[in-house]
Design a protein around this ligand. Structure first.
Ligand SMILES: CC(=O)N[C@@H](CCC[C@H](N)C(=O)O)C(=O)O
Length: 384
């Protein structure tokens, strides 16, 4: 029997308690592999790469493969939901809902493990979506090569949509991102003798302020961009001048062109601050595989047509979002579609209070199984 709603909720709660950060999902991948091993194995083949797990369901006709990806990592966030099944891992939380993503993937897989699909299905349980571009790493490792899908799908949970509602759009769904890591190095000293030191709180603060001009002065106002500096650390106490300042952040833009423009300006401003404050700067800009998430026209039309025609599905066409996703890398290699599933919460993704509604799980499983059943018929003649 495919996993029941009760079993799915139990699985989700188990996974929710053991969040691990990117490329360290050892307990999570062990649990996932255990759940997969309990399914009927007649059509299943499993491969692993580091903490990634790939499951191929052999179709009746093996000439085409549809991919379905879930991410499996958590965040370095301390959970404050007060839930009885809250994280048991100190300082780690599934604050982006990847526990929901994994559970839905297991639910869909459990259906096809018993109902042989018309074409092959590849389920990718991918590590490290939040950092280090796990999807890109899996792709580049070659482990997918012999099972390469012809098209691929994935979803992200969305607290702003009602539980189970599907959201999607043609074109760009999510921004391309780029991590900023800047270290300003000056000279520490006594608070009373600033002229003998080189204060990196002041240099860092100037960098933060200058960065605000990029979106307001350099990006075409008809387009958009975000530069968020979420981490600023300098000094130890009030009467010691800080000799070093660490600033970390992220760039978001809906086109690669704007992402590169913002990266260029961040670099110029960092160098300018170093010159102005006579200090050293070490700057790292890491885009990795966080390309803009560009939905393929053909798979997205098929997906949206199905959702709009299905009375059982609540579907909304959504605007692009500034969230990032390394699924953007996979979509740059394989045609496919990313979509949202509503989980209805007053708290945002990455909030320590996020508590997705669990009724979204069964709804999402039913909708995705329905779409994959439908799509299998067309994939043999699909053009992209
Ligand atoms: C869905 C989601 O929240 N994804 C992350 C991806 C982060 C990419 C990278 N580490 C960065 O910070 O730029 C997001 O923050 O949007």
């Amino acid at each position: 029997m495919p996993l029941s709603e009760k079993q799915l909720i139990e699985i989700r709660r188990n996974l929710h308690q053991i969040p691990e950060i990117g490329m360290e999902e050892f307990e999570t991948s062990t649990q996932l592999r255990e759940y997969i091993s309990r399914m009927p194995q007649d059509f299943l083949q499993v491969k692993t790469w580091k903490t990634a797990t790939l499951v191929r369901v052999q179709g009746k006709n093996q000439s085409k493969t549809i991919g379905y990806r879930t991410d499996i990592d958590g965040l370095p966030v301390t959970e404050q939901t007060g839930l009885p099944f809250a994280s048991k891992h100190a300082g780690r939380m599934h604050a982006c809902g990847h526990d929901i993503h994994m559970t839905v993937a297991l639910g869909v897989l459990s259906y096809f493990a018993e109902n042989q699909p018309a074409c092959n299905l590849l389920f990718l349980f991918q590590p490290s979506e939040e950092i280090l571009s796990g999807g890109m790493q899996v792709y580049q490792s070659g482990v997918m090569d012999e099972w390469m899908p012809d098209e691929i799908y994935a979803f992200h949970d969305n607290p702003q949509l009602p539980a189970g509602t599907i959201g999607c759009r043609q074109g760009t769904l999510f921004a391309g991102t780029c991590e900023i890591h800047a270290t300003f190095i000056g000279k520490s000293g006594h608070a009373a003798f600033p002229h003998q030191a080189n204060d990196m709180v002041v240099a860092g603060a100037a960098f933060v302020n200058q960065i605000q001009t990029i979106v307001s002065r350099n990006v075409d106002p008809i387009q958009s961009g975000v530069v968020t500096l979420g981490h600023f650390e300098a000094g130890t106490t009030g009467n010691v001048i800080a000799g070093q300042c660490q600033i970390d952040g992220t760039i978001r833009a809906l086109t690669q062109e704007n992402n590169l423009l913002i990266q260029k300006r961040v670099r110029q401003i960092a160098e300018g601050i170093a010159q102005a404050f006579d200090c050293e700067v070490k700057l790292e800009l890491n885009q990795g595989g966080y390309y803009p998430v560009e939905n393929n026209d053909h798979t997205t039309k098929a997906f949206m047509d199905y959702m709009q025609a299905n009375d059982q599905v609540d579907f909304v066409e959504t605007a692009p979002a500034m969230t990032g996703e390394d699924f953007g890398y996979l979509l740059s290699k394989i045609p496919g579609t990313m979509f949202w599933v509503g989980v209805e919460s007053p708290y945002s993704l990455h909030s320590e209070f996020l508590s997705p509604k669990e009724e979204a799980i069964q709804k999402a499983v039913t909708t995705i199984v329905g779409y994959l059943e439908h799509r299998q018929k067309d994939v043999f003649t699909a053009t992209y």
